[in-house]
Design a protein around this ligand. Sequence first.
Ligand code: GAR
Length: 189
Amino acid sequence: MKKIAIFASGNGSNAENIIRYFKENPQSAEVALVICNKPQAGVLYRAEKLGVPTAVITKSELNDSVFMLELLQQHSVDLIVLAGFLQMIPAFLINSYRDKIVNIHPSLLPAFGGKGMFGRNVHEAVVAAGVQETGITIHLVTEKYDDGAILFQAKTDVTHQDTPDSVETKIHSLEKEYFPQIIEKFFCK
Ligand code: GAR
């Protein structure tokens, strides 16, 4: 049974969905810790309500290898899931958790990836570009931003009626459907 740490910065709908999924499938994994860099983020309330330990960390703590590796070891973490985490993962974490850090990105990478492309910005860019489809990408995290091996993608259509809000709703529903299952399939079997 894997122990997961979820890193998140915002609302935390993916974090909550993953926590709930593994509460229902405890033979595969358990979310042992939620790490957040924003003291007021919704993800903290969601995790606390579900009885999952949380840690709020500063940027300098994130970049402190002794601090971070001890925190993760205290909770016996063997897999890191980035679910809307908006800070760069330091190299020491990528080295210590090689091929065990997974991210979800709300577009079909390499389209609409790279610096500044997160959450709402991605959906605005998708609508502005007038593309006919978008989707989600679940990928390993490496030293290069949005560039690790792609494990899974799912698509949805974009029509002339779509707005950034409606695209976001479609993306969240794909994320909800697939992210926990893909974590389980690639890391917990
Ligand atoms: C998700 O849509 C996720 O794909 C995106 O942030 C959102 C977080 O929502 N991640 C990125 O943009 C990473 N570049 P949530 O806080 O409700 O889970």
